[in-house]
Write a protein that binds this ligand. Sequence first.
Ligand SMILES: [Zn+2]
Length: 391
Amino acid sequence: MFDDRRSCLLTARLLAALAMPAALFAQDSARAPDPIAQLVGRLELERYKATIKGLTAFGDRRQGTDRNRAAVDWIEAQLRSYGCSDVSRLKYDYQPPSPPSPAGRGGQGVRPASGGGRYRGIRARTGVNSDSLKQPDARIRALDAQASTAGAREEVYCTKIGTTHPEEMYIVGAHMDGIGWGEAANDDGSGTALVMELARVLCSPDVRTDRSIRFALWNNEETGLNGARAYVEQRRALQGTKQEPKWLGMIQHDMLLFDHGMPRADGTLAATQRPEADVNIEFQTSSKFAAQAQQLAWVFQVANEKYATDYPASVGSHMTNTDSAPFQDLVPAISLRENERGTQIGAGWDPNWHQPTDVYTTYHDPDFRLGLNAAQTTLAALAGLTGATLK
Ligand SMILES: [Zn+2]
């Protein structure tokens, strides 16, 4: 039998256990405007699109090339122009394994999907394009022509310093490198632009947060998360010192534009964003911090419900193949994507993934708007978690 009083009590207990930021549940007040809504209002579709477009000027931004280094410089210049503090570079060395890892991820066998999920329904082919001639646009072909060379690598990050607890921070990431002879517009221009837009909004001088937020644009994701791994190796032991605030959580953003549904029986996909498109928030159920990561995922889902304008969010338990993985046994870690990575992207739901078609002109406003809704979700959740207010 339904007991209203009891269910209220249970809800209260659940929320306490999840440590939901109270701000996410604040009632509308005639006196004080909601600062989270005001911050979310500073995200704009046209600005988000322009930042993705800016990244595509550097082609696929493949790691170990001049175009990748030029993109890191450009990202750094943008972060500085937003007024972010402590714009820094992490330096590491990358030597590709020999023989190189085989192209393509997520094979067609009966084994479980990457990350532990279960495939359902129709699957289409996936893989990495390595044939320059499959890029029909001569300008992009030329832009992507230089091959990668092994050696020194750099990636950029910056920080919004908290006012009352500067010694604690959330890390918000996306990878700026790509592959496939396109422009890496979606993978991962969409995530990189999201993190940059959040840095722009949150580093604004009239925004104050209790806790710190680090914005990280990882390099070498496509070779096996090497940039994020280098960060973890170099900086995890520094936590709690002046050089590195204590990590509270890691939130990764990877491929956020394209949710056109399951492939049809002939392997083709719908031409337009499906009206049921959603943002997929994933944690990894086998990670050491699975329980806390799940709590974090629900904070993001609640933030989406309250503040995202167009698309809902779903929570899943199979986060995989992304830069939050090196963090998942050290802190609560989640990722935001257009689809579940294992069972959906791995089953061919994004035909542009690592293909020459991952170019800016492939996408339309309903696609870009899904990425913007992911940005609204993370901005609102982070603002709640870090106690953001406007001066
Ligand atoms: Zn990616």
